[in-house]
Design a protein around this ligand. Structure first.
Ligand SMILES: Nc1ncnc2c1ncn2[C@@H]1O[C@H](COP(=O)(O)OP(=O)(O)OP(=O)(O)O)[C@@H](O)[C@H]1O
Length: 299
């Protein structure tokens, strides 16, 4: 969601991944055609769909990031919240695009949205502090924290909580303050001071999610994961050029912003669960989970 844009705060980007090895061996045909110079996908002969952005199979990670995520991260420095959601069926490239695969050997060019956004954020913080020091101004003070939650059925799992797999694990609940701010009570909010600390925290949380999915296959593949970065910035208020105003002490303002990265459960499973019994119940839970995520994101 991009609140800088006047027209709409929700943008939809479609990314078409290249065929995988199996599809190539099976001699599958690519059925999508991207209209040159237009954010439009044509399916078959005549079904055309237009989005805010369309990225064809040859799109590099950096291109996707600079086109539609970079300015959202920049908005955090002005106190704007943003969310990037990855939605699609299993194997469509959500994890690859978000960069939450936790393969530490991933090449820099292959890095997805989250590592790039974290790099951009800490670079932006350091350059703002350095610029202020160079110009002999009071430097801004930043506090960055991260939270990593997983939503399965109607249960919230804290991926930063080391006790979550034991009988001591807390049951987390969503609450709302008098001011209408939605928050998850009891979830670990981890303070992070650098790019590497943030990515280490992300990897640790994600690794435990993967282990969980090996043990309980159906559960994890049908869960939503939300990685949130909160940025609080205390900065000096620009002084008036009027000499009579400059005698007083420095005024400070605090801006806060949240960035949510969401890896949603495979969408194709929603259809399958439309059946009966447990499957139907899970399908309903996934939809409830989507609503909860949307409420959480907007706050
Ligand atoms: N744009 C791309 N370029 C190259 N390879 C890609 C691209 N998108 C996806 N892949 C590859 O396709 C495979 C499946 O992608 P990925 O694991 O990201 O899918 P997913 O949507 O997250 O699936 P799941 O819902 O099962 O987690 C991976 O091997 C990934 O490296």
């Amino acid at each position: 969601m991009d609140r800088n844009d006047q027209d709409t705060s929700v943008k939809v980007a479609v990314r078409i991944r290249p065929q995988n090895a199996k599809e190539q061996v099976d001699m599958c045909r690519v059925c999508t055609f991207v209209t040159p110079g237009e954010p439009q996908v044509v399916l078959g002969r005549d079904k055309a769909f237009t989005y805010d952005y369309v990225f064809d199979t040859g799109t590099e990670q950096v291109q996707l990031y600079t086109s539609c995520v970079e300015k959202l991260v920049e908005g955090c420095f002005s106190g704007l919240n943003a969310t990037v959601l990855a939605y699609g069926q299993t194997g469509s490239g959500k994890t690859y695009t978000m960069g939450t695969g936790f393969d530490v050997t991933v090449l820099p060019d292959e890095q997805g949205v989250v590592p790039r956004a974290v790099h951009h954020l800490f670079n932006g913080i350091n350059s703002r502090i350095q610029d202020a020091i160079k110009e002999k101004r009071d430097p801004p003070q930043f506090d960055v924290s991260a939270q990593f939650l997983e939503l399965y059925n109607e249960e919230i799992i804290d991926l930063f909580d080391p006790s979550r797999d034991t009988s001591n694990s807390k049951r987390l609940k969503i609450h709302e303050t008098h001011e209408g701010v939605i928050y998850v009570d009891g979830a670990v909010v981890q303070s992070v001071k650098s790019e590497s600390e943030t990515l280490d925290a992300l990897k640790r949380g994600a690794l435990s999610r993967t282990v969980g999915s090996t043990n309980m296959n159906a559960q994890s593949s049908r869960s939503h994961a939300i990685f949130t970065i909160s940025v609080s910035q205390k900065r000096p208020v620009l002084q008036s050029t009027d000499a009579s105003d400059s005698a007083g002490s420095q005024d400070w303002e605090t801006l806060t912003a949240k960035f949510h990265f969401v890896d949603l459960a495979g969408s194709e499973r929603l259809k399958r669960t439309g059946a009966t019994g447990e499957r139907a119940k899970e399908g309903i839970s996934i939809n409830c989970g989507l609503v909860s995520i949307c409420v959480h994101m907007y706050n």
